[in-house]
Design a protein around this ligand. Structure first.
Ligand code: SDX
Length: 427
């Protein structure tokens, strides 16, 4: 039986449907609020507002639960692969052997990029931030693949999906090669999806490439853990840009720009910079905690806090364990990891962080692993984008298939009401 929520306003009573999700989340359906009451809602940062109904990812911030299409992140990180998780997120089910092999073949057939795109890459200064390069190259993909611009059928959707699944990892690898001044590697379809990614990133021009199982497994797991996270800032950007019927590549390019911000995906780079500063300061953690708590100081403890997770970020737990494993397997003793663990221990005993439910998030430990694998700090957010690609695709596809209306929030105007124009001489 449909439930309702009653709103009393202006001595009148209004009823709005109460909707409940499959995980018992409840929402007031206010799509007729303005028509019936003349009121709108105001919710800066959309902290209390749902933008859509979705079947893709569920997270429970209180219980630290994260599931892709109903499968726990712990299970997928342990048993699945990034390509298989990408298929799951995009098409809704774990693939059969044949489905996965066809997906890989279709991706392989698209894993060539027009040589002219290198001209755009070459025009960037080596000092460019990789996220700026990646956002531009991804948007440029539309120019080289115009068929993906106006998707009208399931076939065109599938073709655009395998195209971006094939070309985006190449663009990410080329971005790293550009900033490191190394020659570009092409895709190699004779090896697995993840082996091809690491080979394009790491193959040196002067030696045979040997696939490193530790590196492949660590990156595969990190990409799985970053693959989707429901309606976060960059995914909401991909959805709202796509809602205007902009193409898939252009929408993803916008998502890359949103992810770049230090409060979002850019935090993984900012965490390492912060830990390096603490190390340079002789490991003086208390000074940074004091800065983080000082309202007059814009400094925040990077990698801490989350809009939704108010207990712990399940991804941070898995990544922290993986950091230990990878560094010991690679025989790396990184003092920054010890500083990170120490910082976590001290912060979680500090009432400022405990009272505000600020815990390490996905970005707190991931940079330590990327660094151990030889990925430059300014490339960390590119790795985040590479992981988030299937989530962006899945969310964009769902938005389109549900014929979601164009996103256009309202506002409450608080500016000047009526002003007469005055000539410049009299101002
Ligand atoms: C990601 O949304 C997602 O799902 C994102 C993500 C994904 O997978 O897509 O999980 C990826 O973006 C993870 C978050 C990475 N960002 C950082 O690590 C940057 C540091 N964290 C903060 O900037 C902050 O915690 C946010 C942005 C993550 C969340 O901010 P909110 O939800 O808007 O919370 P808030 O700013 O309202 O903070 C509430 C209080 C405030 O203090 P009071 O005004 O109540 O006294 O907590 C304080 C804040 O000042 N606070 C922090 C803090 N984070 C929040 N104080 C110091 N250091 C911090 N990191």
């Amino acid at each position: 039986m449909e439930k309702f929520v009653k709103l009393i306003y202006d001595d009148k009573s209004f009823e709005f449907p109460l909707i409940k999700g499959s995980q018992n989340e409840k929402a007031i359906d206010i799509k007729n609020l303005r028509k019936e009451t003349g009121l709108i809602t105001l919710d800066p940062g959309y902290k209390n507002s749902g933008s859509c109904k979705s079947e893709i990812t569920f997270l429970d911030g209180e219980k630290g639960v994260l599931k892709y299409r109903g499968y726990s992140i712990e299970d997928l990180a342990k048993k699945s692969s990034f390509l298989e998780v990408s298929y799951l997120l995009i098409f809704g089910n774990l693939p059969t052997k044949d489905q996965l092999s066809k997906f890989k073949t279709d991706i392989d057939n698209e894993s060539i990029i027009d040589e002219d795109l290198k001209v755009i890459l070459k025009s960037f200064p080596k000092s460019s931030h990789p996220m700026g390069i990646l956002a531009s190259l991804t948007s440029a993909l539309t120019a080289f693949n115009p068929t993906a611009l106006d998707i009208k059928s399931e076939d065109e959707m599938y073709k655009a999906i395998v195209m971006i699944m094939a070309k985006f990892p190449i663009l990410c690898a080329w971005t790293q090669r550009k900033v490191k001044g190394l020659p570009l590697n092409y895709s190699d379809i004779s090896i697995s999806y993840i082996e091809n990614i690491t080979k394009m990133f790491f193959k040196k021009p002067n030696q045979e490439y040997r696939n490193n199982k530790i590196i492949n497994s660590a990156i595969d797991k990190l990409l799985i853990l970053h693959a989707d996270h429901e309606q976060n800032c960059s995914t909401s950007t991909v959805r709202i840009v796509g809602s205007s019927y902009a193409g898939l590549f252009a929408s993803i390019s916008a998502g890359i720009s949103a992810l770049w911000g230090r409060l979002h995906g850019g935090a993984n780079q900012a965490v390492i910079e912060m830990l390096e500063n603490i190390k340079a300061d002789g490991g003086d953690i208390s000074r940074y905690l004091k800065k983080a708590k000082d309202k007059n100081d814009p400094f925040r403890l990077m990698g801490f806090g989350h809009r939704v997770y108010k207990n712990f970020d399940p991804r941070a737990r898995i990544i922290k364990k993986t950091a230990d494993e990878v560094l010991s397997k690679l025989g790396i003793d990184d003092p920054v990891l010890d500083i990170a663990k120490n910082l976590e221990k001290i912060a979680l005993k500090d009432s400022y962080f405990v009272d505000r439910k600020l815990y390490p998030n996905v970005d707190f430990y991931s940079g330590i692993i990327y660094r151990a694998l030889g990925i430059p700090t300014e490339m960390f957010t590119v790795m985040f984008a590479l992981g988030r690609l299937p989530g962006w695709i899945a969310q964009w596809k769902e938005m389109r298939e549900n014929f979601e209306p164009i996103g256009r929030p309202r506002q409450i105007f608080i500016g000047s009401v009526d002003r007469d124009y005055s000539s410049i001489e009299t101002r």
